[in-house]
Design a protein around this ligand. Structure first.
Ligand SMILES: C[S@@+](CC[C@H](N)C(=O)[O-])C[C@H]1O[C@@H](n2cnc3c(N)ncnc32)[C@H](O)[C@@H]1O
Length: 203
């Protein structure tokens, strides 16, 4: 019920602090809290001087809300129409934020066409299945290929790297690392706190 109200965003955001401290108390297990994800997105934006954020998987717009003052432009893509419409209403007064409704694999090329320089990509769109649905195994590699082949040196953060299990048709972390580093030799891939980071080799 609360989920349907505009109070759900602020309510969830309040929960990020106890969630973070509970994670620290448990010895920082693999699954990282949202506050840490926000910190990583902020850090990579600053480190690579990126002013545009592209997110796949808007959900309740928590990352968009946390980053709305940190980036000059934010594009976020959500597959579920109710969630996309909710986020479009939530950010209707923020002219630098655009929420797209659709499958990330279809919308990422549209967003790439809008970019005039490098951007930070936060890939977080349920790549290994979402709410009981089997994920499209090709979607992640298709999006990585599109982003990395684009003329600008985009930086990519992929959430939930623990989902790269190497089982049931899903690639493993080393499959993705080998593919990226061999196809795009100027790229380096590493994983920390459940977030895969695809950066530039010289960095
Ligand atoms: C983990 S949540 C995203 C959380 C959000 N990025 C954040 O940090 O606050 C995953 C979201 O991806 C969406 N999603 C799943 N498949 C998708 C697809 N093919 N294209 C776009 N969004 C998708 C789900 O509906 C869900 O809202």
């Amino acid at each position: 019920m609360l989920q349907r109200t505009p109070f759900y965003g602020p309510y969830k955001a309040l929960g990020h602090y106890p969630d973070y401290w509970y994670w620290v108390l448990r010895g920082r297990p693999e699954r990282s809290p949202h506050l840490l994800k926000q910190k990583v997105v902020r850090e990579y934006g600053a480190r690579f001087a990126l002013r545009t954020l592209v997110e796949t998987g808007t959900y309740y717009g928590e990352m968009v809300a946390a980053m709305k003052r940190r980036f000059d432009r934010i594009y976020s893509i959500e597959f579920v129409p109710e969630l996309a419409e909710r986020a479009q209403r939530k950010f209707a007064n923020e002219s630098h934020i655009k929420i797209f409704c659709g499958d990330s694999q279809v919308v990422v090329p549209e967003v790439l066409a809008l970019l005039g320089g490098p951007a930070l990509f936060w890939l977080d769109a349920g790549y290994y299945g979402w709410v009981g649905k089997q994920g499209d195994q090709q979607r992640l590699s298709a999006e990585l290929e599109m982003i990395l082949s684009h003329p600008f040196p985009h930086i990519i953060l992929l959430d939930d790297a623990r989902g790269l299990t190497g089982r049931s048709g899903i690639p493993s972390v080393s499959d993705v690392k080998d593919y990226v580093e061999s196809s795009f030799p100027q790229r380096a891939v590493n994983v920390e706190y459940d977030i895969m980071r695809i950066t530039l080799r010289s960095s």
